[in-house]
Ligand binder design. Structure first.
Ligand code: HEM
Length: 426
């Protein structure tokens, strides 16, 4: 049985859309009023939404062979044969090639580089200026991902690639083109071509020099892939590997800004100890409340039976990470920021906390992304003070879930103790 959306629910959903300035509002209303299985009644586009541990397990693990990854949407148009959007053996081949540089055992080698890239960005700030941590986080995440995967220092190229990257992200963000698949979308051809030119230049240079050790690009080249397929993997990793980290860092700043007490405790912790358990909990809780990838998008290839109803083959289906992470049947005070919930180990059922998806196609950069967030946050909180300017923030559903209109914080460098070399509070 399809759970029908009643006119009352429809009206409540519309009100939530205006109030929260995001489709997350209506999704929450439908989840609350209809349950863990519903169909969104848009004209010409009626995707099913499922959430909760049981449905998530079906989609990601036990019945994953019944679904296909995106196949005809702007994400596929942009990423071509990228590992994120292909299925079967082709997917497995690319994934195996790209796993080694992201394996947890490879991560310690990146720590120092992550710190230096963070410092490069933060040393540009002037004391007392207001920085938008959404923008600053993107710079840091881009420098880190390009250096890690392609041994490419993009510092001097940031002005060249910034706009093309933002346009690529806008291209794959939800919009009217989801409903009207062939609607004209002017303004993208030139920046997307500029981004391609940039990536092809990197590939070309590498083919000529071949002296960068075993980074991800080298694995792809050594496997004998064509430039076009390498470009697809590079663009996939570049977008998936920095837009998510950008959102995670920015939301973590937003949450610290909104919770002064926890902010103070985390700052004390990173300034006084090598380990930072509270910072880890804050990052986990940030991923719970604002999972950068808030839904998984699938095409149902073979009918799927969920507890509450069926999804016929040929239909579009989303598994909602966001709704799973805020399900009041699973989480106590689900809407509240409460990092301590992760202090004593999770007592939630498996598949109820899935910021990186799960099963064989779980995020390839999960360990990397978490290590990066810990290192960058700890470094910034050590070297600078951040004072939130207390402006309203809403969750924008772009390619990732982003804090909009940004996270504006007054930044100031901490003084360094002349004798111990450590950063001190002002
Ligand atoms: C905080 C950071 C990150 C978050 C929250 C995140 C989240 C996710 C999620 C939820 C999925 C599964 C989507 C689905 O089931 O449809 C995924 C897949 C993926 N992620 Fe991440 N990600 C992060 C960082 C990264 C990084 C750093 C990289 C690359 C270096 C990366 C590359 C990928 C790729 C290639 C896939 C597709 C894997 C496959 O289909 O085999 N992600 N990510």
């Amino acid at each position: 049985m399809i759970q029908k959306i009643s006119p009352n629910t429809g009206r409540a959903a519309l009100r939530a859309l205006f109030k929260e300035k995001s489709p997350l509002g209506p999704l929450k209303v439908m989840a609350r009023q209809v349950g863990r299985f519903f169909q969104i009644p848009l004209p010409m586009f009626k995707p099913y939404v499922v959430f909760g541990p049981q449905a998530v397990r079906q989609v990601l693990v036990t019945e994953r062979d019944k679904v296909l990854w995106r196949n005809t949407d702007p994400v596929t148009d942009l990423l071509g044969r990228g590992v994120l959007v292909v299925d079967g053996d082709e997917h497995d081949k690319y994934r195996a090639l790209m796993e080694p540089p992201l394996h947890p055992s490879s991560l310690p080698a990146y720590t120092q580089m992550m710190i230096s890239q963070t410092d490069r960005v933060s040393t540009q700030w002037h004391d007392g200026e207001t920085a938008d941590m959404l923008v600053e986080s993107r710079k840091i995440a881009l420098l880190i991902i390009m250096q890690t995967l392609f041994s490419k220092d993009v510092w001097d190229d940031l002005p060249r690639i910034w706009k093309p990257i933002l346009k690529a992200i806008e291209f794959i963000s939800p919009g009217a083109w989801i409903i009207w698949r062939n609607m004209p979308r002017p303004g993208f051809r030139k920046p997307l071509k500029e981004l391609d030119d940039y990536l092809f230049e990197i590939i070309d240079n590498r083919r000529r020099t071949m002296d960068h050790g075993q980074d991800l690009l080298q694995h792809l080249i050594d496997a004998g892939l064509t430039d076009k397929i390498i470009r697809d993997q590079m663009l996939t990793m570049m977008i998936a590997g920095h837009d998510t980290s950008t959102a995670l860092l920015a939301w973590t700043f937003a949450l610290l800004g909104q919770h002064a007490d926890i902010h103070r405790r985390v700052v004390d912790e990173v300034n006084s100890a090598d380990k930072s358990p509270l910072l880890d909990q804050v990052i986990k809780e940030s991923l719970r409340l604002y999972p950068p990838i808030h839904i998984g998008n699938r095409l149902v290839a073979e009918e799927m039976q969920f507890t509450e109803g069926k999804v016929p083959s040929g239909e579009r289906m989303f598994y909602s990470i966001y709704l799973t992470h805020r399900d009041p049947e699973i989480w106590e005070n689900a809407e509240n920021f409460c990092p301590e919930r992760f202090a004593h180990g999770r007592k939630t059922p498996p598949m109820s906390y899935v910021p990186f998806g799960g099963g064989p196609r779980a995020c390839i950069g999960a360990a990397f992304g978490q290590a990066e967030a810990r290192i960058v946050m700890a470094r910034l909180l050590k070297t600078h003070t951040f004072e939130f300017t207390n402006h309203p923030i809403h969750a924008h559903m772009g390619a990732t879930l982003e804090p909009r209109p940004g996270v504006r914080m007054k930044v100031e460098r901490r003084q360094v103790d002349r004798y111990t070399g450590t950063h001190v509070n002002r």
